[in-house]
Design a binder for this molecule. Structure first.
Ligand SMILES: Cc1cc2nc3c(=O)[nH]c(=O)nc-3n(C[C@H](O)[C@H](O)[C@H](O)COP(=O)(O)OP(=O)(O)OC[C@H]3O[C@@H](n4cnc5c(N)ncnc54)[C@H](O)[C@@H]3O)c2cc1C
Length: 353
């Protein structure tokens, strides 16, 4: 039986960065990924999301990010990751869907169906894409129209001639409204009043991430970074803004009916499609046997040493590192946390030796 020093789960930006740094430190590891191909969650993003639409993709270690042109991000980032895996000879095994990780004395056993990998430490970099979140509203099952989530958004053309309700107060909702409003009839609902930001600089970014870190250190479920940075309209959204779609935002409806939604004041709005841009949750169900969740429902991470995105170690089990979770749930965060995780693995291996 081979015992790895580390197993990395997930080959998105965070997992690739972790694997790069583990290799550089000479740590024997394997990188398991559920997808058939390279590209992490990016390969599944909708086609109309171009490189110039994304908020920004950070460099990988020793590999500058692709240009911000008008090519679809799903293709560009996937082929960049593919090249990266090959050029750095990363030990990727796919497709491997890890279904649980268990503990056996000092060792961790990573299970995928009948297959197992035995390891001294684990780096979890599974992102959120496989856990789309749709809130519960009464009557949702009676709706006769279409329901979509960000995870399967079919692009704006699909909605031509339809009346669309976009739900959610995050960046994806703002983006969908931006491309739908110029071509079809669209409405926006959010649970809370949207928080628009006026200015955003590096310090404001650091503060925002610091707020997410605070939640994670306390073991609360991580908030999305947008929930603390606020929303902004970009040039791509100006046409929709002129059409007033962002000003006509309404609070959440009370229930869903066959042909539309009804508000608490009993008024009714007919819609043909609902797009749930209501976010994702961390994909960490496979870690349940390790009991890492705190009483507050999230995984508590120990504070990192240098900056806010280096908090990676599970407080409940220092063998397990989280990359792309909470304050590091961005491309730049995944990158930094990947390095921090590799260093934490080395520390752990030395301490345990
Ligand atoms: C719609 C959307 C837009 C975004 N835009 C930006 C942006 O513009 N800029 C930015 O910095 N960040 C953005 N983010 C966040 C960003 O994409 C991620 O935080 C970042 O890419 C880090 O990704 P990751 O390493 O956590 O993994 P991901 O890219 O999510 O990849 C995780 C990998 O793990 C695999 N996996 C999951 N579960 C398992 C399992 N059980 N077993 C094996 N493999 C598994 C998946 O198949 C996948 O390949 C966006 C997120 C979303 C949802």
């Amino acid at each position: 039986m081979h015992i790895y020093d580390a197993v990395v789960i997930g080959a998105g930006q965070g997992g690739l960065s972790a694997s790069f740094h583990l290799r550089r430190l000479g740590i024997d590891h394997v990188l398991l990924d559920a997808n058939e191909r390279a590209g992490g969650a990016w390969q599944h993003r909708w086609d109309s999301l171009t490189m110039s639409d994304v908020h920004g993709v950070a460099d990988l270690p020793e590999a500058p990010a692709p240009e911000r042109d008008h090519a679809p991000a799903n293709r560009v980032v996937a082929s960049w990751f593919d090249r990266y895996e090959r050029e750095h000879d990363l030990p990727v095994v796919r497709p491997v869907l890890v279904d649980r990780v268990t503990s056996d004395g000092d060792l961790l056993i990573v299970h995928a169906g009948e297959r197992t990998w035995v390891t001294r430490t684990l780096v979890n970099a599974t992102g959120t894409w496989t856990q789309p979140f749709i809130p519960n509203y009464p009557g949702a099952e009676t709706f006769a129209g279409e329901q979509w989530h960000t995870v399967d958004y079919p692009g704006p053309e699909h909605f031509d001639g339809k009346r669309v309700l976009v739900v959610g107060g995050g960046a994806s909702a703002v983006q969908f409204l931006g491309e739908l409003a110029p071509r079809t009839d669209v409405l926006w609902v959010t649970r809370r009043e949207p928080m628009w930001r006026q200015e955003f600089d590096e310090n404001a970014g650091r503060d925002a991430i610091g707020q997410v870190l605070e939640r994670v250190r306390d073991g609360r479920p991580p908030a999305s970074v947008v929930s603390v940075t606020g929303l902004a309209l970009r040039p791509q959204e100006q046409q929709a803004a002129r059409l007033g779609v962002y000003d006509r935002r309404r609070p959440m409806f009370a229930r869903i009916e066959a042909d539309g939604v009804r508000w608490a004041d009993d008024s009714f709005e007919a819609v043909d499609a609902i797009v749930w841009a209501t976010g994702f949750r961390p994909a960490i169900r496979h870690l349940a046997p390790l009991h890492l969740r705190s009483a507050h429902g999230g995984v508590a991470l120990l504070a990192g040493s240098s900056d806010v995105q280096t908090a990676v170690t599970a407080a409940a089990d220092p063998r397990v590192q989280f990359v792309g979770y909470g304050p590091s749930a961005s491309t730049i965060g995944g990158n930094r946390a990947g390095r921090a995780a590799a260093l934490a693995v080395r520390r752990r291996l030395r301490d345990a030796a």
